[in-house]
Design a protein around this ligand. Structure first.
Ligand SMILES: Nc1ncnc2c1ncn2[C@@H]1O[C@H](COP(=O)(O)OP(=O)(O)OP(=O)(O)O)[C@@H](O)[C@H]1O
Ligand SMILES: [Mg+2]
Length: 214
C-alpha cells in the first residue's frame, strides 16, 4: 500500500503532473494509516518472538496474572477501572512459560479496558461500574482462569470471528486484530483451551483452562 502510494507520486512527478492538494492529502493519509497498522503488527510480532524461547517449566498461573498489573496498573487508575483479583494461592502448577502467559493476560486485559472505554463513549455520563475481575481456581481438575469485564460485550457475529488473525473492530492504528489469535496460539501450545461468553452491551468473560503439570 505504501509502495503503491509512493509509486503513484513518483509517476506523477516524473510526468511533470502538478499534484492537487486533495490528492496529496489523500495519499498522505493512506500512508499514515498504513504505517500505523504496520507498526502495530510489528509490535505484536516482536512481543511474540521475544516471548517464545520454547522453554517450559512448572509455573503458578497467578504469577503472570499479578505481573500484568506492573505493566498495566497505571492504566487501570487512569481509566478508573475497579480491579477484583481473586486468585487461589493453593493452585497446582502448570507446564508453561511465565512471559508468554503474561503476554496472554496483557492481551486480554487490554481488550477488556478497550471494551469498557468503548462502552463509556456510548453511555456518556450514565452511571455504571467499570469492573475488571480475574479469578483463578481449580475446576474439574483443570487450572482455570476467568477474565471478565463490564464492557461493550460482543454480538454473536463478532464472537465467531475473533480468533481470525487481523479481525478487529477497532480503528486502524488502535488495533491490529492479532491479540486474540496470538494468545490462542500460546494457550494451545500449553494444551489449554479458551472459551468466551459475552452479551452485547453487558460484558465479556474469557475462560482459560490448562492441564495440571504432571
Ligand atoms: N473483552 C472484549 N470485549 C468486547 N470485544 C472484544 C473483547 N476482546 C476482544 N474483542 C473483540 O475482538 C476483536 C479482536 O480482538 P484482538 O485482541 O484479537 O484484536 P484487537 O484488540 O482489535 O487489536 P490488538 O489486539 O492488535 O490491539 C476486537 O477488535 C473486539 O472487537
Ligand atoms: Mg487486542
Amino acid at each position: 500500500m505504501i509502495q503503491v502510494c509512493s509509486d503513484t507520486l513518483m509517476k506523477m512527478i516524473n510526468k511533470g503532473i502538478t499534484i492537487q492538494k486533495e490528492d496529496l492529502t489523500g495519499i498522505a493519509n493512506d500512508i499514515i494509516t498504513n504505517v500505523q497498522r504496520a507498526s502495530g503488527i510489528i509490535k505484536h510480532m516482536r512481543d511474540f518472538s521475544r516471548m517464545s524461547e520454547g522453554i517450559r517449566s512448572k509455573v503458578s498461573i497467578n504469577g503472570p496474572i499479578q505481573d500484568v498489573f506492573k505493566v498495566l496498573g497505571h492504566q487501570l487508575k487512569v481509566h478508573r477501572v475497579d480491579l477484583e483479583l481473586d486468585l487461589d494461592p493453593d493452585l497446582p502448577e502448570i507446564l508453561a512459560e511465565h512471559n508468554r502467559l503474561e503476554q496472554v493476560f496483557i492481551n486480554l486485559v487490554t481488550n477488556a479496558l478497550d471494551a469498557m472505554d468503548e462502552k463509556e463513549k456510548v453511555l456518556g455520563h450514565q452511571k455504571w461500574e467499570k469492573l475488571l475481575r480475574i479469578r483463578s481456581f481449580l475446576k474439574e481438575g483443570f487450572v482455570t482462569v476467568t477474565v471478565s469485564d463490564t464492557g461493550t460485550g460482543m454480538t454473536p457475529e463478532i464472537k465467531e470471528k475473533i480468533f481470525e488473525p487481523f479481525f478487529t473492530t477497532k480503528k486502524i492504528g488502535k488495533g491490529t486484530g492479532l491479540g486474540i489469535s496470538i494468545s490462542y496460539g500460546i494457550i494451545r501450545d500449553y494444551n489449554g483451551t479458551i472459551d468466551i461468553s459475552s452479551r452485547a452491551g453487558e460484558g465479556t468473560t474469557f475462560e482459560l483452562k490448562f492441564p495440571v503439570a504432571p
